[in-house]
Design a binder for this molecule. Structure first.
Ligand code: NDP
Ligand code: OXD
Length: 306
């Protein structure tokens, strides 16, 4: 039996797609579960609080996205239960496009030309492109795709991950080289997973290590950023602009000063929205593998938490 559960997402299309792929199996929501001990796979996005306590025989928990913090932060999920995430070009393509859009916005100074337009000012600069040295924090599935595409666009690209990677034409750094990485870039793109080590990583101390007039793009997770430190960095010129897709509290409260700051672009956690066609084939594949006793795909490392 496959159970789908979310308190924030309408799961109808997911359930229909899974039922179509697995016509002989039971695909259910929590309200339809008569015997929770029959649930073998739980497919979740922001699941109900006590879900894992009620599933004694679950053998796989599948995230409906790339992030798994909503699952691994649940203390009731036993450490030995495998957790899978979505890995797909349906995710990497929109994520890279979001980041490239934000980078090009700053690179081509579209914010300045928008202001010029409002002032009816014809200011033809000799050198209209802002030089960009882009640093990607997190060179995983998403970060690697972005790094490769930025190289093709002709940008200078740096990338940092916990373990140093080898990527053609990208300057790479290991986790203990954060200061060097920051000193060589002027645009920081955060694509980190939410873990205890990444919580609050975008803080005053980190931002002060960037050169003055840098740019920030955060598409990782909101708890990685300290909003007040970002506001201070914009005030003192350390940052010239920011694109934020994620926030410590979502939806972003109406009282947040981020909403009205002229140098901050806000999107409501839509850098990627996982589509049915991205996740369902992988869930079905793992369901068959589980039944056949074969190794599962797209599993996260439960010790690392991502
Ligand atoms: P991966 O697990 O593939 O990659 C994570 C990367 O982060 C790895 O390179 C890893 O290093 C690195 N990393 C982890 N912890 C640290 C650390 N403490 N210091 C330095 N590097 C670290 O994840 P994805 O690329 O698939 O996704 C990344 C995150 O993006 C997701 O977890 C999610 O939070 C976010 N996301 C946001 C979306 C949105 O719409 N805004 C949509 C989808 C995802 P190593 O390779 O050495 O393990
Ligand atoms: C994800 C997300 O993790 O949408 O997939 O944030």
């Amino acid at each position: 039996m496959i159970l789908l559960d979310s308190i924030s997402k309408d799961l109808t299309s997911w359930i229909n797609a899974l039922k179509e792929e697995l016509p002989a199996d039971e695909v259910v929501t929590w309200d339809e579960v008569k015997d929770p001990s029959k649930v073998k796979v739980a497919v979740v996005w922001n699941h109900r609080k006590d879900l894992f306590q009620r599933l004694p025989n679950v053998e796989l928990v599948a995230s409906l996205g790339a992030g798994v913090d909503h699952i691994v932060n649940d203390p009731h999920l036993l450490k030995e239960i495998p957790v899978s995430k979505v890995i797909s070009s349906h995710l990497t393509v929109p994520m890279s496009n979001y980041c490239i859009g934000a980078i090009l916005h700053f690179h081509k100074q579209f914010d300045k030309y928008w202001e010029d337009k409002n002032q009816k000012r014809w200011h033809q600069e000799f050198d209209p492109e802002k030089p960009m040295k882009i640093g990607i924090l997190g060179l995983g599935e998403l970060g690697t795709d972005l790094a490769k595409k930025l190289v093709l666009l002709g940008f200078e690209v740096h990338g940092l991950s916990r373990t140093k990677k080898n990527l053609e034409s990208v300057s790479t750094y290991g986790g203990n080289e954060l200061n060097t990485f920051l000193s060589r870039i002027n645009t920081l793109v955060c694509m980190l997973p939410a873990t205890p080590k990444t919580e609050g990583i975008i803080n005053q101390d980190l931002l002060n290590k960037l050169p003055k007039g840098s740019y920030l793009i955060n598409v990782g997770r909101g708890k990685q950023q300290i909003d007040n430190d970002i506001l201070k960095a914009l005030e003192n010129g350390r940052l010239k602009g920011a694109f934020l897709d994620v926030f410590p509290e979502e939806p972003l409260p109406k009282t947040s000063p981020l909403w009205t700051h002229p140098k901050i672009f806000i999107t409501p956690h839509i850098a990627v929205v996982t589509k049915v066609e991205a996740a369902v084939p992988q869930i079905v594949e793992n369901y068959h593998r589980l039944r056949n006793g074969e190794p599962l795909i797209n599993l996260i490392d439960r010790d690392k938490g991502y």
